[in-house]
Design a protein around this ligand. Structure first.
Ligand SMILES: [Zn+2]
Length: 413
């Protein structure tokens, strides 16, 4: 058995725990160790502990310098719309000048404009643009990415999007988890009823069998997008053929999607900007992860989700980037952590937990466990940072990047 020993590490946060999603006080336990090391075999963590002990135990192991004083698990981003084409910088400036997201969407912009750009892009172009974004995320320390195929506007363009994702899955350095989101908005040229029928009858069987290996199905439960009943119909149809539900809900209006998603056993409810006590209670009672994405609120200049209250109510909270061209040009998970601390009242420890181990639980069933930790058996995915402490890491959220990124023990950046 060949073993590699990574270290010495001045401050290591392992996030080791009992394998369950973290709630309440458990979110503050980061498994901090000083003057530590990580022993890795076959891309998995074999042991973590004091550098002196590991050096004696694995005296013959190859030693690898980590190139940084602080080591954290690699970030898990459980929510991106990484596959897109086109440019919405003009919309951003219109919004900054006072137009609302919904007004721009009604005028033919928004998600529909990205759908048109995707419809006219080749599979090769879509894959190349998406891979470039995956490389950016790697430089920012994200070692697992959920990728939503979410801008298809016909059976044909949804299929091309998935073809592109399949290429990205093969070529990206990161672990890539795939979600199909045909129920994003009703595409231009379709009636609502016809699109839902096409989704259920034609697209979902194609998606479930596609070589992109789709694990999840997502839907946008929102005024101007889909109702609770429509989302339930589509998600339930997907669930019956093995696609685990996820739901975009409570971004602009609380329609009751959270309760529905929890009943369906969704892996996560995402956004939750306008959720309140009732939704928090439903999430806290369920196994459904609450995914909040402060980069979206920041980018849209909206009030933030009440993450502090969610944690205190017992929700299992995760952070995501929501990286997409319309509402979140905010790809960095460290940036999300910084906003979670400075705008949402989380501690640095809670933010790290939400960006790693809890984020991995939002991708349950589709990632090797215990992903998002550096405990025995976990994939050896980690970032080294040239800062002295977790405090300094969060303090530098607006500009820091890892000095080294490792996936399965291999340095990839
Ligand atoms: Zn989204």
């Amino acid at each position: 058995m060949s073993v590699r020993l990574y270290g010495p590490i001045r401050e290591l946060h392992t996030l080791a725990g009992d394998g369950a999603p973290r709630r309440r006080e458990a979110m503050r336990e980061t498994g901090k160790a000083e003057n530590a090391g990580i022993a890795v075999s076959n891309g998995r963590v074999l042991d973590v502990g004091s550098w002196g002990t590991l050096r004696r135990r694995f005296a013959d192991a190859e030693r690898v310098a980590v190139d940084g004083e602080l080591v954290t698990p690699g970030f898990v981003d459980p929510h991106t719309h990484l596959v897109w084409s086109g440019d919405r910088s003009d919309e951003f400036l219109r919004r900054c000048a006072g137009e609302s997201y919904q007004e721009i969407a009604k005028a033919g912009g928004g998600i529909a404009s990205t759908m048109r750009a995707v419809a006219s892009a080749s599979v090769a172009t879509l894959a190349a643009e998406t891979l470039e974004r995956a490389r950016l995320l790697l430089r920012l320390g994200t070692t697992t990415i959920e990728v939503k195929a979410s801008y298809g506007s016909s059976v044909e363009s949804c299929k091309r999007e998935l073809d592109a994702v399949a290429r990205v899955r093969r070529k990206a350095e990161q672990r890539v988890v795939v979600t199909f989101m045909g129920a994003h908005v009703v595409p231009p040229g379709w009636s609502r009823a016809k699109w839902i029928r096409a989704l259920v009858d034609d697209l979902l069987p194609l998606v479930a069998a596609h070589r992109a290996k789709v694990s999840f199905q997502d839907a946008f439960c929102e005024e101007g997008a889909f109702s609770v009943a429509e989302c339930r119909r589509v998600l339930d149809a997907g669930r019956r053929i093995g696609l685990v539900p996820k739901l975009h809900c409570d971004e602009f209006s609380a329609l009751g999607g959270v309760e529905m998603a929890c009943q369906l056993g969704a892996a996560s409810c995402d956004h939750l900007l306008v959720s309140g006590k009732r939704e928090f209670a439903a999430l806290a009672r369920s196994e459904t992860m609450a995914v909040v994405m402060p980069g979206t609120a920041f980018f849209l200049n909206k009030p933030y989700a009440r993450a502090r209250a969610m944690v205190d109510t017992g929700c299992a909270l995760a952070l995501g980037s929501d990286f997409n061209p319309g509402s979140a040009m905010t790809p960095s998970m460290l940036f999300a952590m910084g906003l979670a601390v400075s705008r949402m009242g989380l501690s640095a420890e809670e933010a790290l937990c939400a960006a790693t181990v809890n984020a991995a639980h939002a991708l349950r069933g589709a990632v090797p466990q215990p992903l998002g930790t550096l405990s025995s058996g976990a994939p050896a995915d980690f970032c080294a940072w040239r800062v002295a402490s977790l405090k300094e890491l969060v303090y530098g959220f607006a500009f820091l990047r890892p000095s080294a990124v490792f996936i399965s023990g291999r340095r990839v950046n």
